[in-house]
Ligand binder design. Structure first.
Ligand code: SAH
Length: 254
């Protein structure tokens, strides 16, 4: 079957690599797994007999029959034929472990969506290396941006290893990395604080070349920067994740 480029279809072909991924995921009986974009089930097949349940979310209807065959022996597991970006993950009640060789064209949108998802135990994702570099980057780096701040606020992130493009079919144009994300607990004391944090990070990076006194002027005046002890001539890329948390906490209280 022809692979669909617009669905980011690059299927894993190398069993040694799949085994290595599974080893790092370290599945155990009792785990409930959500697999995003199972494709032809390469990862699924290597993990399904090691856990209690897999829920697969796959957009491409042409892949469904094959995935149903894999599920036939595992009545507890199921397949959802839907778009991960449209599916309401919070309707799933139990704590879940997420895995996936993600469609790279929407991988950052998926990470943003995961920030909103409750009941996550951990996530193991294959992503383009460039996105993983952004996920783990520190302030003052060229690739430090909105994705870095949002993801690092919500998750502890560990890059596990890089993966050669040769283990996929068809071969992607970019390099890949495997990454683990684990939700941090109690980052925000209220939904209000969380919303303000989201808005402030977005505003700051929308004009990342501007000083924060300008990009955040609708939230903070000169005195506020003094009270916060944050230099108002800095740019978004100079602020730490904690600075953003501190600013949003302060704004919430004004
Ligand atoms: N996990 C498989 C395939 C990865 S390729 C493997 O490792 O071999 C990415 C997969 O995500 C494809 O199966 C593609 O059809 C699916 N996909 C693409 N966009 C999607 C979306 N919005 N929601 C759910 N699945 C999607």
């Amino acid at each position: 079957m022809r692979r669909k480029k617009k669905l980011g279809q690059h299927f894993l072909k190398d069993q040694n690599v799949i085994d290595k991924l599974v080893k790092h995921i370290s599945p155990s009986i009792g785990d409930e797994i959500i697999e995003i974009g199972p494709g032809d089930g390469a990862m699924t097949k290597s993990i399904i007999n090691k856990v209690s349940k897999i829920i697969m979310i796959e957009k491409d209807s042409d892949l469904i029959n094959n995935l149903c065959d894999i599920l036939a022996d595992y009545p507890g597991s199921r397949l959802i034929n839907d778009d991960i970006l449209k599916y309401d993950l919070n309707q799933l009640q139990n704590p879940m472990r997420f895995i996936g060789n993600l469609p790279y064209n929407i991988s950052t949108e998926i990470i943003f969506k995961m920030c909103d998802c409750k009941n996550v135990i951990d996530m193991h994702f294959m992503l383009q290396k460039e996105v993983v570099d952004r996920l783990v980057s520190e302030p003052n780096s060229k690739v430090y941006g909105r994705l870095s701040v949002m993801a690092q606020a919500y998750f502890d992130i560990h890059k596990l290893f890089d993966i050669s493009e040769n283990v996929f079919s068809p071969k992607p144009k970019v390099k890949s990395s495997f990454v683990r994300l684990e939700p941090k607990k109690n980052v925000f004391d209220s939904k209000h604080h969380e919303t303000i944090f989201y808005d402030i990070v977005k505003s700051a990076f929308e004009t990342r070349r501007k000083m924060i006194r300008t990009s955040l002027s609708s939230y903070l005046k000169d005195d506020d920067f003094l009270a916060l002890k944050i230099e108002d001539k800095l740019r978004a890329e100079n602020l730490t994740v904690n600075n953003f948390l501190q600013i949003s906490e302060y704004v919430q209280e004004i």
